[in-house]
Design a protein around this ligand. Structure first.
Ligand code: NAG
Ligand code: NAG
Ligand code: NAG
Ligand code: NAG
Ligand code: ZN
Length: 486
């Protein structure tokens, strides 16, 4: 554009218009939440989570289908999940862009002292709306804006949240095959225009389940990982058969990684503090401790220096970068095992060979992230992002106004085929990150000054050499000016 200006090939007004045009909101959903009737072919997005798919699994065995996605799209090498690196908190972070302390699903097993209620993955408590309503998942926001969504077994997607279920969803049932889940999704995407979905979330339990049972270092994991690639291939093929492959933006990621455990690395809390002094909330490797009435100091002092392989935090001392503090569902004492260590009360009970939940800055806790589709660049490798950045990215792709969140579209804009221009309605970037509005502003200013300089010089030059070509260009200017009044 600058080049065009300097060559004098277009008028400064045209150039200015070209600059302003992308700033005009092209959202198919307007500010009042109604779908704009003039917008056709709304963008489509399918978000897939293979639970516990650690970032480096793609390098372990041949993964031809992942390779295709990467060649045709993007890969992010280092993705920081939200703390704690457990399944429920992270799946909710992916669809809200919020840290667990803000979205309220702070663990797979929780206790809410105000409600005096417990939440557990193992019980029907997960269907109680109240646990989920500290945030609004993307499918609800899309539906409130007049769009449509679908969900296949994604944690929380079969729960009524703020009065809504996804337009299409499957109630959680681990026995339903991946292939069946995909077939349903294809139906939802392929439905007639008014019933077709814009956004779908798809969840699959592997390779998490095998990762826990076998441990990630077990050579038997190879075929589990190869099978995930086949499942991705099945999905790609079904999209192709339905004519959706080139239309749907496909993001494949996970909630967290996985690390190897060992029976030599067990911490037994019974050695340090008796069970009648506290309630144990959630499971290793990050355990919430709720001391009994008046027992806080006793429990804390017994645990704090008890074992070098665990860190014991008072709630108010949990490191700021975890963003894991400001929620009543986070217990007064938090114990975090060092990588590879398991916290138990005693050695009886089930022992897992692999686990996750640890410090989210550990490489082993990081998930895979690949994506392809019309919104994405091709054959592009990005170094790092935060998993909360996915939410504003998805909102951008879907042309939805994001709710306040902890992610930043700015951080991930380079994944997009067309770089987004900041609009007044989007959330500001995270604290301590500079905004790019001033840069765009300065750029605009410089371009305008340059534009007028060029016009001035041309006017001076052309005064001596008038031509018909110049005249016709001058005549076209009022038209352009009218356009600007839009
Ligand atoms: C909390 O609920 C339990 C039952 O789930 C009950 O026994 C207990 O008394 C309740 N505590 C308070 C403070 O209401
Ligand atoms: C779960 O899915 C399996 C396989 O499709 C089916 O046989 C079973 O009845 C389902 N269970 C429930 C509770 O719907
Ligand atoms: C270990 O804990 C279980 C309950 O979780 C209890 O039944 C068992 O007696 C305990 N074992 C020892 C050796 O303390
Ligand atoms: C995350 O975003 C929410 C919503 O904007 C905000 O209330 C919260 O303070 C943010 N958390 C951090 C650590 O910035
Ligand atoms: Zn998980």
């Amino acid at each position: 554009m600058l080049g065009c200006l300097l060559r004098g090939g277009c008028s400064p007004l045209l150039c200015l218009w070209a600059l302003v045009l992308p700033l005009v909101s092209l959202h198919p959903f307007n500010q009042h939440g109604r779908r704009d009737p003039i917008v056709r072919d709304r963008p489509k997005l399918l978000l897939v989570s293979f639970d516990g798919f650690r970032w480096d699994y793609i390098h372990r065995v041949p993964m031809p289908n992942f390779k295709t996605i990467i060649d045709e799209g993007v890969i992010v090498k280092e993705v920081e999940s939200a703390y704690i690196t457990k399944t429920f908190p992270n799946h909710y972070s992916l669809v809200t862009g919020l840290y667990a302390e803000t979205h309220g699903i702070v663990a797979n097993e929780m206790y809410d002292p105000v409600l005096n209620r417990s939440f557990s993955m193992e019980t029907d408590s997960i269907y109680e709306s109240l646990w989920w309503e500290e945030a609004v998942p993307l499918w609800v926001t899309i539906q409130k804006a007049g769009g449509r969504s679908g969900a296949a077994m994604w944690p929380g997607s079969d729960v009524k949240i703020h009065g809504m279920y996804p337009n299409q969803y499957l109630r959680y049932n681990a026995s339903v095959s991946f292939e069946t889940r995909v077939e349903r999704i294809i139906e939802w995407f392929s439905a007639p225009k008014d019933e077709s979905v814009d956004f779908v979330v798809l969840y699959w339990e592997e390779p998490d389940e095998s990762g826990h049972r076998l441990g990630p270092q077990n050579p038997e994991m190879d075929k589990v990982i190869a099978d995930i690639d086949e499942k991705l291939g099945f999905l790609m093929n079904e999209l192709k058969k339905a004519g959706l492959y080139e239309k749907v933006n496909l993001i494949v990621t996970s909630d967290h990684g996985m690390t190897q455990l060992s029976t030599d690395k067990i911490i037994e809390l019974d050695e340090y503090v008796t069970r009648d002094l506290y309630t144990w909330v959630d499971k290793s490797p990050v355990v919430g401790i709720l001391p009994k009435e008046g027992k806080f100091d006793e429990v804390y002092s017994k645990l704090v220096d008890a074992n070098p392989n665990m860190v014991v935090f008072k709630k108010e001392d949990i490191p700021k970068h975890f963003h894991y503090q400001h929620n009543i569902r986070i217990m007064p004492i938090l114990i975090e095992a060092k990588e590879g260590w398991t916290i138990m009360q005693n050695r009886t009970g089930a022992f897992m060979s692999g686990n996750h939940g640890y410090d989210n800055t550990l490489r082993s806790m990081q998930p895979v992230f690949v994506a392809r589709g019309p919104a994405f660049r091709q054959n592009y490798v990005k170094t790092s992002m935060s998993s909360v950045d996915l939410y504003p990215l998805m909102c951008h792709i879907l042309s939805i106004h994001p709710l306040p969140n902890n992610g930043s579209l700015f951080n991930v804009r380079d994944l997009l085929a067309e770089e987004p221009v900041p609009s007044t309605s989007s959330v500001p970037p995270r604290v301590n990150e500079y905004s790019y509005a001033p840069i765009v502003g300065s750029f605009l200013g410089v371009v305008m000054v340059l534009g007028f300089l060029v016009v001035y010089i041309r006017q001076v030059t052309l005064k001596q050499l008038p031509s018909l070509k110049h005249r016709s260009r001058e005549m076209s200017q009022p038209l352009l000016q009218e356009d600007l009044h839009l």
